[in-house]
Design a protein around this ligand. Structure first.
Ligand code: SAH
Length: 256
């Protein structure tokens, strides 16, 4: 299986055992991957399922390429709980890399935010671009789920979206803050063996304002450190997610 190419599709493209491919997917399979009719590949619906599929030509000839789902493949490569990243948009195109690498590390959902020191207002096309990056990274890293990238919101809105999640004591919300000696994220994760969901917030190049940190605390976030060094805005989410993935897979046993 490992040598088969993977293609993420939207679940509405499936009708019974048939998948209707888009023009872009057709191009990707035939021109980029050089797959021929009759060859096998893996179809992922981005929501948890994988199938072994065979490339076929639609007999009507109207819709171009289709694929036939031959057999469901049972895998479990996802982290055991939901991990949500709230990330203040960094400069330029740097968020592309955050999306790609967070996807590789197993993030479930990414919420880009505009904070007081964010320098960028994203254009509306960005969301589409980030979704594409997440899809490709999910294919490449053998994820079952393509992380959801939400619409960019103001920081205060992001906090309010997770305000009611405090109801469960196993729902942990962390805000990463550089400098000062806050408790380490690693230690907090190790102290909580029954995590159900994790939300992690990382700031922009200029950091969070004191008011933003206080607002997060007021809605149930714990302030944590990622170590003594100051990480770049694009490095911090990757370090935080690496720690989360390592702890989650360690405590429940890899591959269980
Ligand atoms: N300019 C700020 C640092 C911003 S770093 C300063 O000089 O203080 C960008 C973001 O990465 C921060 O808002 C924080 O969320 C995260 N970050 C960077 N280094 C960190 C560390 N050592 N611990 C926790 N978070 C960190």
């Amino acid at each position: 299986m490992a040598d088969l190419q993977r293609l993420a599709i939207a679940s509405h493209q499936i009708n019974r055992e048939k998948v209707f491919l888009t023009v872009e997917q057709d191009h990707y399979l035939r021109r980029v991957l050089r797959l021929e009719v009759g060859e096998k590949f893996i179809v992922m619906d981005g929501e948890g399922k994988w199938w072994l599929a065979k490339l076929t030509l639609d007999i009507s000839g109207k819709t171009g390429l289709t694929a036939v789902l031959e057999q469901e493949i049972l895998i479990q490569n996802e982290l055991p709980i939901k991990v949500i990243l709230i990330c203040a948009l960094p400069k330029g195109n740097n968020f592309d890399e955050v999306v790609r690498q967070s996807t590789e590390l197993g993030v479930t959902q990414i919420l880009p935010v505009i904070s007081s020191r964010t320098l960028l207002q994203p254009s509306p096309q960005k969301l589409k671009r980030w979704h594409k990056i997440a899809t490709e990274a999910a294919e490449q890293s053998e994820r079952q789920v393509v992380p959801k990238i939400r619409e960019t919101v103001e920081y205060s809105v992001a906090l309010s979206l997770f305000e009611n999640e405090n109801l469960s004591t196993n729902y942990h919300k962390y805000i990463c803050v550089a400098r000062n000696s806050y408790p380490l994220l690693l230690e907090s994760l190790l102290d909580n063996s029954k995590l159900e969901s994790i939300v992690i917030a990382t700031g922009p190049e200029g950091g969070w304002t004191d008011g933003e940190i206080e607002a997060a605390i007021a809605t149930g976030f714990q302030v944590v450190s990622l170590g003594k060094r100051i990480l770049r805005a694009v490095t911090a989410p990757i370090v935080a997610l690496s720690l989360v993935a390592a702890i989650l897979e360690r405590s429940r046993g890899v591959g269980e």
